[in-house]
Design a protein around this ligand. Structure first.
Ligand code: ATP
Length: 326
């Protein structure tokens, strides 16, 4: 009910009477009052005026289950939220939720991660109160080999949501980073549980540097945030909701063909590596090549100086710019 009250207060600039809320939810005045008090404790400024009712005056950048659920306007992506003030990693918790039978589209969100993860055991800096850390649980009926493509579906969705919400020209660095001015604002990590021929669940984790002002010495040169680039605070729950909306639409498009053929053009349009020379870092060595975009299964298509066309699969490979990270 707290989520539903919050949603109603957000939709309405004027007062909503206590009686209206009681009738709507079939509960007592005291129950409504208690829910409003809880919302106030979470940081919402709610005015209560005798004979008029309740009005939402200000919503700070709070993250909570009720806040996120009240913002998300999708059919299934992020409709059900598991929220932590602090957790090890949202991917770890989403995998547990997957084991415990949580439904397709469940979203795990945390205000802080103490063991945030990147690819291949790397760590993700996850300070409290300023960024988005979330993992979406999916139960797609696709072959396990196709699951890595979901990382690209998420990358596209985050880039679109950031552009929509901030007007900043976010780009994608293949396969899983979102960048602004050649620096990373977001990392994405997909993990899964499979049998030989089917998927139990897939989790796609996203960390977005949102209102962060500083970074550790180690990553300062390569990392930035939406606040640093755009000069204004972004509501984290609005950002979560925008990503979920874009993702739901893009995922449904993906599922029509079970590959990226319907999204390839949009993805390549935002790909910072497109039409550029890149360094391909493979476990067995490095080489330079000219990148021309992704194909319909999400591999990066490059042409070597000898004229050989190669299709790079993300797994063990990293791609860099010729002079730096992008
Ligand atoms: P690849 O191109 O292979 O994906 P990557 O360095 O971008 O390489 P990821 O696994 O995507 O690797 O991300 C983890 C890396 O990102 C860490 O090793 C660190 O260098 C950097 N990093 C960690 N936390 C943050 C953050 N909050 N913002 C930006 N970069 C970060």
């Amino acid at each position: 009910m707290k989520t539903a009250i919050l949603r109603l207060l957000k939709e309405d600039d004027s007062y909503i009477s206590g009686q209206q809320l009681c009738d709507r939810f079939q509960v007592s005045r005291t129950a409504v009052w208690k829910a409003v008090e809880q919302l106030k404790k979470e940081g919402y400024m709610i005015e209560a005026v005798r004979n008029k009712g309740y009005r939402l005056v200000d919503s700070p950048d709070v993250m909570s289950k009720a806040e996120i659920e009240s913002m998300v306007r999708t059919k299934w992506a992020g409709r059900s939220v598991i929220y932590y003030d602090e957790t090890d990693s949202t991917n770890i918790q989403a995998k547990l939720a997957g084991e415990n039978g949580s439904e397709h589209g469940t979203l795990v969100v945390a205000d802080r991660q103490v063991a945030g993860k990147g690819r291949r055991g790397r760590s993700w800096e996850s300070p409290k109160g300023v960024c988005v850390y979330m993992t979406l649980l999916l139960r797609p009926s696709i072959a396990p080999v196709k699951a890595p493509m979901l990382t690209l579906v998420m990358a596209l969705s985050v880039a679109e949501a950031v552009r929509e919400l901030t007007g900043l020209k976010a780009g994608i660095k293949w396969p899983n980073d979102i960048v602004l001015n050649k620096k990373k604002i977001c990392g994405i990590l997909t993990e899964m549980s499979t049998e030989i021929d089917y998927i139990n669940y897939v989790v796609t984790g996203v960390g977005i540097n949102t209102n962060q002002e500083t970074f550790s010495e180690e990553i300062r040169k390569r990392a930035t945030s939406l606040l640093i680039e755009g000069g204004r605070h972004i509501s984290r729950s609005e950002l979560v909701a925008a990503v979920m909306e874009r993702y739901e639409e893009n995922y449904e498009r993906f599922m029509e063909t079970k590959d990226l053929s319907g999204l390839q053009e949009k993805y390549n349009g935002m790909l910072v590596n497109c039409g550029r020379e890149v360094r391909v870092l493979e476990p067995k060595g490095e080489y330079s090549a000219f990148a021309s975009g992704i194909n319909e299964v999400g591999e990066l298509v490059v042409t070597t100086p000898e004229g050989e066309e190669k299709h790079i699969f993300a797994g063990e490979v990293s791609v860099r710019g010729i002079y730096g990270y992008v």
